[in-house]
Design a protein around this ligand. Sequence first.
Ligand SMILES: *Cc1c(COP(=O)(O)O)cnc(C)c1O
Length: 429
Amino acid sequence: MNENLENQIKEELEEINQKNLTRKIDNLRFVTSTRAIDENGKEYLVYGTNNYLGLTHHPDVIKSAQTASVNGTGSTGSRLTTGGTFEASELEKNISSFKATESTLLFNTGYMTNLGVIYTLCKKGDVIFSDRLNHASIIDGIKISKADVKIYKHKDTDDLERLILEAVEENKTKNSTNTQNNTNEENKSENENSLNKEPNFFIITDGVFSMDGDIAPLPELTEIAEKYNCCLIIDDAHATGVIGKTGKGIVEYYKDKTGTDLTPYVDLQIGTLSKALASEGGYVTGKKIYMDYLINKSRPFIFSTALSPATLASANTALNLLRENHEEYLSALRRNTRRMRELLSEGGLNVVEGETPIIPIIIGPAKLAGEFAKKLEEEGILVSAIRPPSVPDGESRLRLTIIATHTIEEIENTADILIRIWKELIAEK
Ligand SMILES: *Cc1c(COP(=O)(O)O)cnc(C)c1O
């Protein structure tokens, strides 16, 4: 036993507690896609899931999971041993066809996809340009890669270009020192083998940013990526099944807006099966050569047991439902989103403007955001309070997510309650 360690941990936990930032797990059981009960049987209307189309409770999705389980619950091994199920490869083909890409590879979560793609492709000497508000899994993937990182200001493509030019200059200096050092043949070949390449540049960004719900400037990013030979990777976790006329994500969103199809200019699109696709798992999609490489080299892919047939079958059914019924689902999602945004703004709440179903309401102090969420919970409404370290100090917020299966009455009632409680809270201050 290491008492010292335990004391350090205790101290740190007390510090977190004093700041009112202790995190805890609440058990929930979803009885429908929008309503859940807690362990005392109290029912809540939930505004915090990533279940954008409500497909977790669609009878076809549930049935496909049940049917797939008949052939065993677990996948029994990694894809490269005995876990290469029919369901996995069927889903990969379906995603490639949906996204109009050459090839797709599944990982066990969206988080693992970012790790598995980034630290496999980005090597020592490479430079990754990363948006300041990228998802934690991108940040962690970058951290464990041996590449250099330059963080650009959120969605600021001028700042991005400035950092790329800086990296180009730095590489020139490095190369000239390298050449000077390679005075004999032996040294030279050694150097060629260890780095055996020009350094590569990567631009990595969320498509829809998970905290603010805003959308990356893809047309400018593709332009910069082309100009400076960067591999462009977009994490479309909150965009797939959510934005674009048929829910294909950020590429389609800009195609609707500008008429230009940017599919060929995005090298890799990353996504998750855990949000609009109502299941669990992650994927990367793009040119086949990347998938071939990842299958051979990506440790999170190679050394982890593949997803179960039931998990994959339900994601595949959800994707098919989206492909068949996008108009119905997405028009409900957009109607609900617009109505909630409109009502909350009219009611005087500080809503961060945008068009996605992620609706942040800026509150300010962490304690006030916590109280607001607590009062809503008492009224049977679950909304997450987002506090530091997830957001900067003084920018604590409520974060609502709207889904397609909320009814318009639920949206209107909830908006009324939110506005009333907010007024009570500021009257008390
Ligand atoms: C949710 C999310 C992930 C993680 O996906 P999981 O499947 O939940 O692991 C990765 N990237 C972004 C941008 C996300 O929003």
